[in-house]
Ligand binder design. Structure first.
Ligand code: SF4
Length: 356
């Protein structure tokens, strides 16, 4: 199929079926498009919309976001996962305000230099907010192209990735790049879906190789299997009346910058750790009275974490010297701070069970 015919088919689809009423498609600015693009990475539109609205209410401009505290940004992100996105979003706002006088770069190459903005996101920000030409290659677009051309190999492999970019660039139109890119993303999200592609409704069906050969489900080829390693962690839920002891995670790494429960790699190490903390908050007399709760598994992109929570109820009156690293948090106000999803769930269960 000639690129012009491909573009025409996609643009016709946009006019008839493309999504035009999403919150970030109104009052389009670099800022609004950028926040939506970062939230939409690995997350579906329906999930993102309420988060996006809350975020825009709290931080209506780039400047508002740049001067916010990281805690406030992470709190609004709680539940969306992949928290490095939020940390980079915050950092990026500060870089643009402090190093670019609050002005967004005008080229894809410059956008790509900013924290948390990869090539496809840069193309999306540039094209969707200005209508200027730029190719994109997000997960949805990859799926459409892999099927349409029957591209062999896992798209994460550099050779396949490079080939896909070449195709995306070749197909990208000079005019109406915003509508074309939106339509390609919509097509992947609504018709060329992972499990049940609705090929009969697809504007590309007449030339799609996977459709012609009935091989849609084989493309994109899967990643070669590697078993995820399993790590262990013991969490301490130290509770005093209606408060729970939380500790700030280091700013980099898993759950970076979020508030979480004191943790260690084993129950023994956790006890040792709690003894260290005890000078500040926990009586060592309470330590033998830990109660093991049901263990559970949380899966990250690179490993499984098997978590054994322990509940330790202490009668002491809580006192913490340095609230920036350790704090007693009211169990009824967990939504006011940034907590990892599984920790929030665990504490809400606990709060629910102690309410009665
Ligand atoms: S015809 Fe089917 S497999 Fe091919 S691009 Fe369209 S929806 Fe995807």
């Amino acid at each position: 199929m000639d690129p012009k015919d491909f573009q025409r088919a996609v643009l016709n689809f946009y006019q008839q079926h493309g999504r035009k009423n999403l919150p970030w498609q109104q009052d389009k600015t670099h800022y609004r498009v950028w926040v939506s693009e970062i939230m939409l990475q690995q997350t579906q539109v329906a999930t993102v919309i309420p988060y996006y609205k809350r975020f825009m209410t709290k931080f209506p401009t780039l400047e508002d976001l740049a001067k916010a505290s990281q805690d406030d940004v992470l709190t609004l992100w709680t539940g969306l996962g992949y928290y490095s996105r939020a940390r980079n979003l915050h950092k990026c706002a500060q870089v643009i305000v402090n190093e670019h006088n609050g002005r967004w770069p005008d080229t894809v190459v410059e956008l790509e230099q900013l924290p948390g903005i990869g090539r496809s996101t840069a193309g999306a920000i540039h094209s969707l907010s200005t209508g200027k030409p730029a190719a994109i290659l997000d997960g949805n677009v990859k799926r459409v192209l892999c099927r349409f051309y029957q591209i062999e190999g896992w798209p994460g492999q550099s050779k396949v990735h490079k080939e896909l970019w070449q195709i995306a660039e070749k197909l990208s139109p000079e005019q109406r790049a915003d509508e074309y890119n939106q339509a390609m993303m919509d097509l992947g999200a609504t018709l060329c879906t992972r499990r049940n592609p609705d090929c009969e409704q697809c504007p590309l069906v007449s030339h799609c190789k996977a459709y012609q050969q009935g091989t849609q489900h084989q493309y994109p080829n899967s990643k070669p299997k590697a078993n995820k390693p399993v790590r262990q962690a013991a969490f301490a839920i130290v509770q005093s009346q209606n408060k729970v002891l939380l500790e700030k995670r280091p700013s980099t790494g898993i759950w970076g910058g979020l508030w979480s429960l004191p943790q260690a790699e084993s129950s023994q190490l956790l006890s040792d750790y709690l003894i260290q903390l005890s000078a500040a908050v926990v009586s060592t007399d309470d330590l033998p009275h830990q109660q093991a709760l049901s263990p559970f598994r949380h899966t990250f992109s690179h490993f499984h974490l098997d978590i054994q929570p322990y509940l330790l109820v202490t009668k002491q009156s809580p006192q913490v010297m340095d609230e920036s690293q350790l704090r007693w948090q009211d169990l009824a106000k967990l939504d006011q701070i940034g907590l990892p999803g599984p920790v929030l769930k665990l504490l809400k269960q606990l709060n629910g069970s102690t309410d009665h």
